[in-house]
Design a protein around this ligand. Sequence first.
Ligand code: SAH
Length: 213
Amino acid sequence: MSRNFSEIFSEQRKKMLIEQLIPRGIEDVKVLEVMGKIPREEFVKTKEKVRSYFDGPLPIGNNQTISQPYIVAYMTEMLELTGNENILELGTGSGYQTAVLAEIAEEVSTIELIPELAGIAEELLTREFGYTNIRFKTGNGAEGWTEHAPYNRIIVTAAPVEFPELLFDQLAEGGIIIAPVGGYTQNLMKYQKMNGKIIQTGLIAVSFVPLIV
Ligand code: SAH
């Protein structure tokens, strides 16, 4: 009658929805469904597994972090995904946010600067999980990825001091960008392309690792 790890983690996953995401206002059923399914414990190092569903960021090596579950949920909800989007993600990190996007949208192109993290995430998402709708690139995301542009959505999970405006050229009409912007203090920004113009809205205060450029 011993309970295995996957059962314990599935309880923790439910608790994450009930205690962290829903009370703070996450309403997108698709986001809740997907985060209630993806095993977050697979995206953290062995010694962090016990804290996989902790209400905050966790270290993933190379001085980087996997984002707090609520922030992943909030950013994904703000992307207003309907399911057929072509997404660009900057800052693959652990690949957890990438998996959330790949579950909901049509295709995801993700860029990670640090080769070691890029390698671990690609291995996990393609070999272990079998995702076939994710493209991986190692390099500087601030330049975007023109080959697969235009993107319906762009999500940035490391903070530039100023938003790299060349990314606006890779955004499709009607498209949305969600990105943290700032230095010591940062705001999560939403940029939307309407009739070729960029409309910008500030969302919430956040704290991300810097986008290295
Ligand atoms: N969404 C990820 C967040 C990882 S932290 C997760 O939840 O796991 C941010 C990541 O952005 C780090 O892995 C960091 O190496 C990466 N990064 C920083 N600057 C970058 C750049 N210019 N281009 C691509 N990735 C970058």
